[in-house]
Every structure is written in C-alpha cells, then in structure tokens.
Design a protein around this ligand. Structure first.
Ligand code: ADP
Ligand code: ASP
Ligand code: MG
Length: 459
C-alpha cells in the first residue's frame, strides 16, 4: 500500500436499518471500531422510518387544520429516547435527551409556521426532515465515545453545499469539496472519527436542503471524493448488489464485481440499494465503492470499480421501476422529426417534467416520464397542438449486462420471455450495459421473476 493510500480515509455510510434501534447502533459501533486504523469518516441515515414520519407530519400540517401532526412523530421520538437510554450513560445521556427535546420543540414550531403561513412548503419541509439525520449522527457519535472510540458529530450542512432546489438539491461540487476538506481533515488528523448525517446539505446562504430520497449514499460518495478516500463502504441490510431485488426474487445471486457504468444503470432503473447519483462523484477518481451487510459483515460483499465481472453475452441483473407514464403525441401539422422532438422536449421542460426517454419519427413522438402532478400541465399544453395519448401505471424493466458480441443469444431469450407480458422495447438503448422494456405495473413482478429465471438462474 502506498503512503498516500495509507493516509487517505475510509468513508463508511450506514443506512436507516443499520441504526434502527440500540442493537443496530451497537453493530455499527463495532464495525467502525474495527476500522479505526483506516481513518474512518462515518455518514449515517436517519433511524429507519423517521424520514417517512417527518414527511407525513409535514404533509399533515400542510393539508389539514384539525389533526395533530406530532402524533405521527412522538413514537419516533420515543424510539430515540429508548436507544439513548440503552446506549448512553450519565451526562452524555442527559445532553442527548436535552437536544432531542429541543429538536421536538423546534419541529413543533416549524409545523405551526407551515399551518399559519401556508406559503412555500419545500424549504420548511427540508428543515423539518433534516432532524432525522441530525439526531442519528449525534447519537452515533456520542455512542462511539461512550464505548471508547473517539468520535465527533459534524453538521453535514457545513460540508455539503447545494443549489436552492429544495427537496432534490444538487451539490455545488467545488464548494462542497472545499468545505468538506476544511471541516473534516483537522478532525481526522486529530485521530477522531467525524460522524455526519447523510441526505442533508445547505445553500450558500445556510438554508437547509436535502438531496432526494435515499440520498445518504450520494452524501457518502461526495465526502469520499472530497477527501480522496481509499474506499467508500455502503453498509446496509443486504450483503451486496444482487441479480435482482431479494425482496422480489427468491434465487438471487450476488454480483461480486460490477463496473461504475453497470452500477449506475442498475441504480437509475430501480435497484434501491444505491441512490442513482451514488457513483457520479467517485467514478473519475477510481475510488472503489463496496456494499456490505451491517448485520452480517463476514457474509461477503460487492465491489463497484472500473472492472466488471459480467461476461460477454451475460445478464448481471434485472431491475425495475414503477410510477412511469408514456405519452404519445401526434401533431396536427406535420413537422420534421427534429423539430417535433425539440418542441415536445420544450413543453415537458417548461412544465418541470424531466423526460426519461424520447423517440420520434415524422408520425409522432413518444416520451416516458415519471408520474407526478406537473404532468397534467404539460399534457394540456400539448393538446393545443395535436393528439395526445397517455398510458399510466407503466413500469420500466432494465436488464444490466454485457450485450457485446455474444449478446444475440441472450436477446432472443429476453424477447421470448417477455412475449407473454405485452412488453415494449425502448429504443434507442440508453447505454451499452442496459436494455429497457416497458410493461404494465400489474405484471412487472412476474415479468422480472421470469426474466431472472431464464436469463440469470439458467446460466
Ligand atoms: P439503506 O436504508 O441501508 O440505504 P435501502 O433500503 O435504501 O437501504 O436499500 C437496501 C434495499 O435495497 C435492500 O433491502 C433490497 O431490498 C433493495 N434492493 C433492490 N434491488 C436490489 C439489488 N439488485 N440488490 C440488492 N438490494 C436490492
Ligand atoms: N433518510 C433519507 C431517506 O429515508 C436518506 C437515506 O436514508 O438515504 O430517504
Ligand atoms: Mg438507501
């Protein structure tokens, strides 16, 4: 190992189930404690279920006048109290419990503000939601100290600098890298483990933002890239990236080695184990990302790096994403294909509906988009100049694999398997590692299982 590698830190990101209760916190502290020689930096999610509850409470405050949104949150405050009473002693416990009750007071105040002013919701929502990660990171740092590992809570909002797109903010890379280095390097140099919440950041003016659901993985690799980490470890409740979601398919296989590009396609098209942007910060730097099981650390893991182990003509994984709509637009007056595509793209863009996939010919244009409230506005605008056909409740199935020279055999198997599901292939393909198909949401589970059986298990 070179001297440079020896000095560079190890980023360890722990997800929500990894800190779901006191027993899980103990597992995490053991794992971190065993890696102190590698200069760990810890990034942690909110305790499982807490982000959902904070979002539900925010929505309740916004929508109804008679409910008490704190009823949705108090069971989760109780979970924090229980964990703290089990993990911390003496003044450390007292201080954490005080900060917990301060957090509760602040949330009560913020929810009242939402009710009273009913103005712009997103910045207040991000402020409220950020408490999940602020509390879990504080509790974990205190617990590390309690059990003899020097740890220090660091407010992630001092490190991750973002634009103002509240609820789905984009990090400003240069500022984030500079701030992360200046906040964390002195802590690491002191031999102390910094512990920061994932998912949250702040604008240059200091307003709290969030990176989108599941965004703690992305925080982990942002911090890893900023510090030139020698590895980013994503600790979760499964022992790596599998050939399909293990909750959906029984005989899944772990993918031991997978390339950055393959992992990105997998994450983009529904593999919840990685946030879609996780790979972005580390790919150019060649920092390996491993996916490991907090509850079974010795059970093996997956490594994402420049190398792939998916052989020519093989399919590595079958993933899917629901909540997609397909819009087909036929203009009243004939347009060239490029103008048609440009004009349709502009309508979706102006209405804040990101296009996922577009295909056009002189006869019309076909677009897949995520379902959402803004879609209706885009459709009304299109209806003024042509005929619009909308198909809702569609799922995208993604096959991640090596479709090189030996790919024709596997493509035949895929076509035969999907014939019974009324599937449509999406052209052009978005990447050399992926093939996309559309099916009705109602059959997607069966289609994924059939593809897995014929294309992965039969290998
Ligand atoms: P965390 O809270 O640790 O971030 P997530 O729930 O976000 O964990 O991600 C882990 C989950 O991802 C697993 O429990 C699993 O059900 C799901 N998952 C979906 N697709 C895959 C896949 N291809 N490989 C592994 N896990 C997957
Ligand atoms: N707590 C956030 C969420 O549930 C971020 C994360 O867990 O990655 O979406
Ligand atoms: Mg996650």
């Amino acid at each position: 190992m070179s001297n440079e590698n020896f000095r560079s830190p190890l980023v360890m990101k722990f997800g929500g189930t990894s800190v779901q209760d006191a027993a899980a916190f103990r597992q995490v502290a053991d794992i971190v404690g065993a890696s102190v020689g590698r200069r760990p930096v810890v990034v942690v999610s909110a305790m499982s279920g807490v982000t959902d509850a904070l979002l539900r409470a925010t929505a309740a405050a916004w929508r109804t006048l008679d409910s008490n949104p704190m009823e949705l949150l108090d069971p989760h405050f109780d979970r924090h109290v229980e964990a703290a009473e089990s993990l911390l002693t003496g003044s450390r416990q007292g201080e954490f419990l005080r900060s917990l009750s301060d957090a509760r007071e602040e949330i009560v105040h913020l929810l009242r503000t939402i009710r009273a002013y009913r103005g712009v919701l997103a910045p207040l929502q991000d402020e409220i939601v950020s408490f999940g990660e602020r509390l879990s990171s504080r509790l974990l740092a205190e617990f590390l100290v309690e059990r003899g590992t020097p740890g220090r809570p660091v407010d992630a909002r001092r490190c991750i600098v973002t634009d103002e797109a509240f609820t789905r903010a984009t990090p400003l890379l240069r500022e984030t890298f500079d701030r992360t280095r200046s906040e964390l390097e002195p802590v690491i140099a002191d031999g102390v483990v910094p512990v920061l919440g994932g998912f949250i950041g702040a604008t240059t003016d200091g307003a709290t933002t969030t990176l989108g659901r599941g965004g703690s993985d992305y925080s982990g690799t942002l911090v890893g890239a900023a510090l030139g980490a020698h590895e980013v470890q994503i600790w979760t409740d499964v022992s790596g990236i599998y050939s399909a979601d293990p909750r959906l398919v029984a005989n899944v296989r772990r993918i031991e080695r997978i390339s950055y590009a393959e992992a990105t396609d997998l994450a983009l098209y529904g593999a919840k184990v990685l946030h879609p942007k996780t790979i972005e910060p580390v790919e150019q730097l060649g920092i390996p990302v491993s996916i490991r099981n907090t509850f079974s650390p010795a059970n093996g893991h997956s490594i994402v790096s420049r190398d792939s182990a998916v052989a020519n003509g093989e399919i590595g994984a079958v993933t899917h994403r629901t909540g997609v709509s397909v819009v087909r637009f036929t203009p009243e007056t004939a347009l060239s294909t490029s103008r048609l595509m440009g004009e349709a793209a502009e309508v979706f863009e102006e209405n804040g509906v990101p296009i996922e996939h577009i295909a056009a010919s002189r006869a019309g244009v076909s677009v897949t988009v995520e379902e959402g409230d803004s879609l209706d506005f885009a459709l009304r605008r299109l209806e003024r100049s042509g005929q619009v056909e909308l198909t809702r409740h569609v799922a995208v199935i993604c096959l991640v694999g090596n479709f090189g020279d030996g790919g024709s055999e596997v493509c035949r198997t895929v076509t035969e398997t999907l014939a019974g599901f009324d599937a449509r292939s999406l052209h052009p393909h978005p990447s050399p590692n992926a093939r996309l198909f559309l099916v009705a949401e109602s059959v997607v589970g069966d289609a994924v299982r059939a593809l897995h059986r014929h294309c992965v298990e039969s290998r």
